[in-house]
Design a protein around this ligand. Structure first.
Ligand code: B1M
Length: 217
């Protein structure tokens, strides 16, 4: 069995105390942090989600698997991004929208943004529109990011964008959206400038869009 298979199985089994040792071994074997996330951790979480929706897994299984994944990601976090390639000063304010407690994906997006050199203000999970408004007023970010993992909470993305508009804080900054149920089509509908299906793409598109905007100014 390959080391990536072992990581995959360890997440499915929720063995959170064993995950760091395996991740360390995978790195020693030459796999990159991105390989480990995209080829082992993410497929494992997809499988956990599938088993959960088929009632083969229950909430405790979901929680243990999530805990194992979070440990693996915090171990890999310093290795993500391209700190030596780009150095940005812009601020990104990001959070998981109201009613939604999922943060593994958002934290990965934060890790790649920070790795790329951005200053990130993480508002956490279950973030009410007013809290976003407050944070944007306080930090004046170039980008505001919304993550949603539930089809019932993704509606809070356009609601929060509307709250920013009402507060006169939408103009002049880019809105980034993502999370499993969110699509490019949603982003277009909500007039969000940035949509990314994964963390690596998110950091790349943020950098591209900010560079394009700088050229226009
Ligand atoms: Co929940 N959950 N969950 N869950 N959970 C899902 C999302 C679900 C699809 C599982 C399923 O049924 N198949 C389902 C949602 C169905 C739907 O609405 N369509 C579901 C459900 C139903 C629920 C509960 C309602 C269960 C219950 O209580 N009965 C409940 C809701 C709680 C709440 O939020 N109010 C719940 C709870 C939980 C846990 C707390 C146990 C745990 C979360 C732990 C945590 O995050 N701290 C959990 C987990 C772990 C999952 C699954 C299994 C895995 C999510 C994950 O971490 N994926 C998930 C099934 C799945 O997604 N396959 C599921 C790995 C992560 C790396 O990927 O988050 O997609 P992802 O992030 C990616 C991209 O989406 C993108 O980049 C990330 C990194 O590459 N991205 C962005 C994310 N945000 C972005 C923002 C951007 C750009 C890109 O710009 C700003």
């Amino acid at each position: 069995m390959s080391i990536l298979d072992s990581i995959y199985n360890t997440v499915l089994e929720g063995k959170r105390h064993e995950i760091e040792g395996l991740v360390k071994r995978a790195l020693e074997e030459g796999f990159s942090a991105t390989d480990i996330i995209e080829k082992a951790l993410r497929p494992a979480m997809d499988e956990v989600g599938l088993r959960f929706s088929q009632a083969e897994f229950f909430l405790p299984d979901l929680i243990l698997a999530a805990e194992a994944t979070k440990r693996a990601i915090s171990y890999l976090k310093p290795l993500l991004g391209e700190r030596d390639v780009v150095s940005q000063q812009e601020t990104v304010v990001i959070g998981t929208v109201q009613g939604d407690l999922h943060d593994i994906g958002k934290n990965l997006v934060i890790a790649t943004l920070e790795g790329t050199g951005y200053r990130v203000v993480d508002l956490g999970v279950d973030v009410a529109p007013e809290r976003f408004v407050e944070a944007v007023r306080e930090h004046n970010p170039a980008v505001v990011g919304f993550s949603a993992l539930l089809s019932t909470t993704m509606v809070n993305i356009p609601r929060t964008i509307a709250a920013l508009e009402e507060a006169g804080l939408r103009e002049g900054r880019l809105v980034a959206v993502g999370g499993a149920p969110v699509t490019q089509r949603n982003a277009d509908e909500w007039q969000a400038e940035i949509y990314a299906p994964d963390a690596g793409t998110a950091a790349r598109i943020v950098t591209e869009k900010l560079a394009a905007r700088r050229q226009c100014v």
